[in-house]
Write a protein that binds this ligand. Structure first.
Ligand code: NAD
Length: 358
């Protein structure tokens, strides 16, 4: 053993099921650390930011929140959003504030099919399916550019402009990330998602950069697919996918589709990475705060626990990360499943089974 490492982690459970699944993820990580023979440990700091905090203070996070977070090795996030606070306020005030200020420009969202979980795809029973959505996470359609005004037109005639920002720099870095990731996978292929037939500026730049970057990776197969056709391909020919690189909005939608095809939104993990490591990266399940099931012990913790495994990989602990993935597979294979994937287990039952399987 080469000395003990303690990682300082900021936990931000935020709202709804975010609280339940972050608690589950922390239990799993602490159990893993306890069994590591002192090789690693987590120093948790929990922040009560989110919609309740907003109701009390008028802010989604503390005024110095970003400065405080800068000192952490990573951020473990739940989900943000609750009825009563407009979603654009809660999202921009917390999650997007962190992603954008910490330049977490790569959002990696693996689509994993698990034993014992039924996919709505018939072919999932007979085909090995496994792909990763790489989402541009710093600009595109979520750049926050635009405005609303009446331009003197009067009531009922308000106008709104929402612009998408595409920079050559932003496109290139996410595409290179996708190509490098493809080189680590069995199938070396990158599928670029576009809409350049209708969006003749931003998406044409996206395509130009993709073609240019692809020339540096002659060993990686490529294709460029319109987003509408890619949605169909997710359902009809998913075995042809390995790494899918897409803009902020396109990848957001496609990754939810991917997780639904794998069986449930509650299964999907994600990492918001600042690959240069100038800022902490943030790990969170793909799903939202699920107000419809929050507080009832029904939330599937696997998306959050899988995100914890991605955090371990990022922290340089690939062995323990692999143990979490194996525990997830053992748990679903044993039929310990929450309601969203056809079972009757509670969040706590799944968490216990995961810890038992570590
Ligand atoms: N990253 C985020 O913080 C994030 C992402 C998406 C939505 N949101 C916010 O979450 C709120 C609810 O949004 P929504 O309903 O569109 O999306 P959602 O992901 O919260 O829920 C969609 C459906 O998936 C189910 N679901 C989600 N997570 C689950 C889990 N862990 N286990 C079992 N089932 C689960 C829900 O019950 C619901 O039926 C909104 O305020 C929205 O803005 C936040």
């Amino acid at each position: 053993m080469t000395g003990s490492r303690t990682f300082k982690i900021a936990a931000i459970p935020a709202d709804g099921v975010g609280r339940e699944v972050v608690a589950a993820g922390r239990e799993v990580l602490d159990a893993l650390a306890a069994g590591s023979g002192g090789a690693f440990a987590f120093d948790w700091h929990e922040f009560g930011w989110g919609c309740e905090y907003y109701a009390r203070t008028g802010r989604m996070m503390a005024e110095d929140g970003l400065a405080v977070l800068t000192d952490f090795d990573a951020i473990y996030f739940g989900a943000v959003g609750w009825p009563g606070v407009p979603d654009h306020i809660s999202l921009w005030g917390l999650r997007l504030a962190i992603c954008q200020n910490f330049d977490q420009w790569a959002n990696v969202r693996p689509v994993r099919f698990l034993p014992g979980v039924r996919s709505p795809l018939r072919r999932a029973d007979v085909t090995d399916l496994d792909w990763v959505v790489v989402r541009e996470n710093s600009e595109g359609e979520y750049a926050g550019l635009g405005g609303r005004n009446l331009s003197g037109r009067g009531p009922g005639r308000e106008v709104a402009v929402q612009s998408a920002l595409f920079t050559e720099f932003g496109c290139e870095r996410i595409m290179r990330y996708a190509f490098e990731l493809a080189r680590t996978r069995t199938r070396r292929k990158v599928s670029s998602v576009t809409k350049s037939n209708a969006q003749q500026f931003g998406m044409v730049l996206w395509d130009d950069v993709f073609r240019r970057v692809a020339r540096d990776y002659p060993d990686v197969e490529t294709e460029s697919v319109l987003v509408d056709a890619m949605a169909a391909k997710f359902a009809l020919r998913p075995e042809d996918l390995s790494v899918v690189v897409a803009s902020n909005l396109h990848a957001d939608i496609l990754s939810d589709l991917g997780s639904a095809l794998a069986g449930s939104l509650g299964l999907a993990a994600s990492a918001n990475l600042n690959p240069e490591r100038r800022y902490p990266s943030m790990f969170e399940p793909v799903h939202g705060s699920a107000p419809d099931i929050a507080g009832q012990g029904l939330a599937n913790p696997i998306g959050a626990v899988g995100s914890a495994a991605m955090m371990l990989d990022h922290l340089g602990l690939p062995g323990p990360a692999a143990r979490i993935h194996a525990a997830i597979e053992a748990t679903t294979a044993a039929g310990v499943l929450t309601r969203d994937v056809g079972g009757t287990a509670a969040t706590g039952d799944v968490t216990k089974a995961l810890i038992g399987a570590l």
